[in-house]
Design a protein around this ligand. Structure first.
Ligand SMILES: [Ca+2]
Length: 320
């Protein structure tokens, strides 16, 4: 009995010791699809259990209510001071099924799109303040703001260029985007394939891609979510407005699950580099000296869906 107890204690302690708190900047196109809402809900569950620290949220979207909607989610999950950045000076619209409704229904700090910070300044400020090689940038949308970070010049925030800041501060770019080993996926081709090509070609460090094929078979946000969430939750309202809990692919949540448990649920491709064409489609070139890899399937998608659904409703198990 005693040895069983000691063994259990050792296993528990090893899980605690191994679990790192990942410093994350999330770059999201919180507008057209609802998996961004699911990913942000999941991120807050992980923050509740100190698996991640959310440094900031970059909203890469032309949706008039997207930054306020991110702010709504941060307020609901009791992190109302998370800084939010947007691309300034762009034409705005509201085509989202849920951003306006959430903004009107729930408390938030930002009253207008332009109350959010400038995305490039925020990216630079957040990176400059962190220790070397400590930040993971997670992109779950298109790459316009990331491209602008790469191309940013030294300024009052940092004497380093954007590329130098990335080299010094970022340990990983975790990217939901592309289709592997070859294909055409929306984050890469719509609406800004030029920025995709620049970001992928010029990125100086390690990249892990979760391609379209990974999240496409993982269906979450259905009946389980409806039963498990309070109707007073903005996550509930988001999924209700989007497709009334008919279930949705989990492209954006998948890269987060990989991040907190990199050895568990997927295999990694051999090292190489994504080759982005002008139309945003991509291929793959194997290269042992390169620092990019993409996820390949290992765990049945139905199992992954259960884990992601649980994390989206706030349930966390040790050992993820
Ligand atoms: Ca997205």
């Amino acid at each position: 009995m005693k040895s069983w107890f000691l063994l259990s204690l050792l296993c528990f302690l090893s899980v605690i010791t191994l679990a790192q708190t990942e410093k994350i900047i999330l770059d999201t196109d919180l507008d057209s699809d609802v998996d961004d809402v699911g990913a942000i809900a999941m991120l807050h569950t992980l923050a509740d259990h100190e698996r991640v620290e959310i440094l900031g949220i970059i909203v890469t979207s032309n949706d008039l209510f997207a930054p306020q909607c991110a702010d709504v989610l941060n307020h609901y999950f009791k992190r109302p001071t998370i800084p939010i950045g947007v691309e300034k000076g762009i034409p705005l619209e509201n085509a989202s099924k849920y951003t306006k409704a959430l903004t009107q229904a729930f408390p938030h700090r930002l009253q207008n799109y332009d109350d959010a910070e400038d995305a490039i300044q925020l990216y630079r400020k957040l990176l400059a303040a962190e220790p070397d090689s400590s930040v993971t940038i997670v992109t779950i949308g298109h790459l316009t703001n990331l491209r602008h970070l790469i191309e940013s010049a030294p300024d009052a925030i940092s004497e380093l260029s954007g590329l130098e800041l990335i080299e010094k501060k970022v340990k990983l770019w975790a990217c939901m985007g592309g289709q592997f080993p070859e294909g055409k996926e929306a984050n890469f081709y719509r609406p800004d394939p030029e920025s995709t090509k620049i970001a992928v070609d010029q990125w100086p460090g390690r990249v892990i891609y979760s391609g379209w094929e990974i999240g496409n078979n993982i269906i979450t946000g259905g009946t389980y979510l409806k039963k498990s969430l309070s109707p007073a939750s903005p996550v509930y309202m988001g999924y209700e407005r989007y497709n009334d809990f008919a279930g949705r692919q989990s492209w954006d949540q998948s890269i987060l699950l990989y991040l907190i448990s990199p050895d568990s649920y997927w295999n990694l491709s051999p090292s190489g580099k994504a080759l982005v064409r002008e139309d945003g489609s991509n291929a793959w070139k194997r290269d042992e000296g390169a620092h990019q890899q993409y996820l390949t399937e290992k765990t049945p998608p139905r199992e992954l869906a259960k884990i992601i659904d649980a994390l989206m409703v706030g349930i966390y198990r040790d050992g993820f």
